[in-house]
Design a protein around this ligand. Structure first.
Ligand code: NAD
Length: 257
């Protein structure tokens, strides 16, 4: 297991949705690698961060005022460690199909997964120094027609936001990329239907689920100076799922005869 990453020292990094799951793993990994990490989440507390060097702060990514307060506080505390990283990781799922999705649920998913990232970029990009990196956490749903329509559409939107932001901020030396996790074992997927889990395994060339640290290490790499010339990229972290595009099922069936 990776416990540290180079090219992350002397910087402040903000991670959203970091009280648990992939955000928690990314926050801890980057702190272990020498970054000053501000972990945020809608949750009041983040007990799993108690014994770590990570600073915790409550923030609902939908809250524009909350982002402005964070930006003001950060601006006063960046002398030793400039703001060089923002990880828009907060996300929620809602597993309903197109015909049965209520407007209120659609709006909630879009607000957290897409608008939240946009507000974060608007609030913190003005503070970010040359050499900064913004990482958005998409999903393999953003590369496919995954059935939970609000979730899928929110993540496709996040791809668009990523490309616009990479274009907009490139001249300031700010990189913007997106990672696309496949099926990762976290609290979010703990209640996924068994059929979804087994179908995902059938369709994943590596044949097993990912762990939060598998995504965290790619996020840390993209934030780090090691990724200094990568911007506007989309990186699946999905065991080959989207690359295979379902033909693994065909290949396996033909092999069986
Ligand atoms: P998770 O549910 O374990 O963690 C998500 C965190 O986001 C939670 O701590 C939650 O409190 C927080 N959050 C929810 N709403 C928020 C809000 N309004 N403001 C701030 N924080 C909020 O999920 P995870 O699996 O760790 O997912 C992390 C990211 O990865 C999400 O964007 C998710 O869509 C994406 N993703 C996950 C998987 C997977 O298989 N686990 C696959 C593809 C993409």
């Amino acid at each position: 297991m990776t416990t540290s990453y180079s090219g992350l020292t002397d910087r402040t990094v903000v991670v959203t949705g970091a009280a648990r799951g992939q955000g928690l793993a990314a926050a801890i990994l980057m702190a272990q690698s020498g970054a000053r990490v501000i972990a945020t989440d809608v949750a009041e507390t983040a007990p799993e961060l108690d014994a770590t060097p990570v600073t915790y702060r409550q923030l609902d990514v939908r809250d524009e005022t909350g982002w402005a307060v964070l930006a003001t506080d950060l601006a006063a505390s960046l002398a030793d460690a400039p703001l060089l990283g923002l990880v828009n990781n907060a996300g929620i799922t809602h597993r309903t199909r197109l015909g049965e999705t209520e407007l209120v649920d659609w709006d909630r998913v879009i607000a957290v997964n897409l608008t939240g990232a946009m507000l974060g970029i608007q609030a913190l990009a003005p503070l970010m120094a040359e050499g900064s990196s913004i990482v958005n956490v998409g999903s393999s749903a953003a590369l496919t027609a995954h059935y939970p329509v609000a979730y899928t559409v929110s993540k496709w939107g996040l791809r668009g936001l990523t490309h616009v932001a990479a274009t907009e901020y490139g001249a300031r030396g700010i990189r913007v990329n997106i990672v696309h996790p496949g099926f990762i074992e976290t609290p979010m997927t703990a209640n996924a239907p068994d059929a979804m889990r087994s179908a995902q395994l059938d369709l994943t060339p590596l044949g097993h689920m990912g762990a939060a640290r598998d995504v965290a290490s790619v996020v840390a790499f993209l934030v780090s100076d090691a990724a200094a010339y990568i911007s506007g990229a989309e990186i699946p972290v999905d065991g080959g799922f989207t690359s295979s595009a379902g033909v693994k099922v065909m290949s396996d069936r033909i092999r069986r005869g």
